[in-house]
Ligand binder design. Structure first.
Ligand code: FNR
Length: 193
């Protein structure tokens, strides 16, 4: 059997991002379950704000194309989504918008998304842990052909939630986030034996 291939990314480029930290835990869970995981930090793939005129005149920017090709090359996604003003970050939305575009007339629409599987998580210093962003991410992904796992986890008071080694202080949260990675790897293995 091939290893499930998972692409992991967070909707924050902040150096000390809680969502990037959270993502690492889920990534470890997926790797322990046998997945080959590629982690993307959007700080390494800066993209302009999507603009159809820019797309028409210059095509897809190189970093957007890189991200889209990475999505195409993986079976599923681990996504950690911060919450800005009760919704998702512009960074995450913009990256997904670029990746949703076809690069030629011959290419099927939404090749980076159709038939993929995703698991979601969020972290915020607030009392809701960013869960409102996940409502938006889930709806958006499902509308573009991604099957999103029912299980998800939102970490409240994220500024107090992590140990120095990057693990979560709450054993229940740590286990739940790891299990997101594991479940995603297992489901991909079943669907792509
Ligand atoms: C926030 N933050 C925030 N948090 C939240 O729980 N609900 C919200 O609606 C918002 N809104 C919001 C708007 C803007 C513009 C900023 C910059 C921040 C706080 C946010 O959760 C916090 O900055 C996190 O640390 C962001 O995630 P990372 O970068 O730590 O992953």
């Amino acid at each position: 059997m091939h290893s499930p291939k998972i692409l992991a990314f967070a909707g924050s480029t902040r150096k000390d991002s809680y969502n990037k930290k959270l993502l690492k835990i889920a990534v470890a869970g997926a790797q322990e379950a046998g997945a080959a995981v590629t982690v993307v930090d959007f700080i390494d793939l800066p993209m302009p704000i999507f603009n159809e005129d820019l797309e028409a005149s210059e095509g897809m920017p190189a970093n957007a194309l890189k991200f889209k090709q990475l999505m195409v090359a993986h079976h599923g996604f681990l996504i950690a989504s911060p919450e800005y003003n009760s919704s998702i970050t512009a960074l995450l939305k913009n990256s997904i918008d670029w990746a949703s575009r076809s690069v030629s007339k011959d290419e099927k629409p939404l090749v980076a998304f159709t038939g993929k599987i995703a698991a979601l998580m969020s972290a915020s210093p607030g009392g809701l842990g960013g869960i409102r962003s996940l409502v938006t991410v889930r709806a958006m992904l499902e509308n573009i052909g991604v099957m999103v796992l029912p299980a998800q986890r939102s970490i409240v008071k994220a500024h107090e939630a992590f140990n120095a080694d990057g693990s979560l202080k709450s054993d229940a949260d740590q286990a739940a986030v790891k299990s997101l990675g594991k479940s995603l790897a297992e489901i991909i293995s079943k669907l792509h034996p």
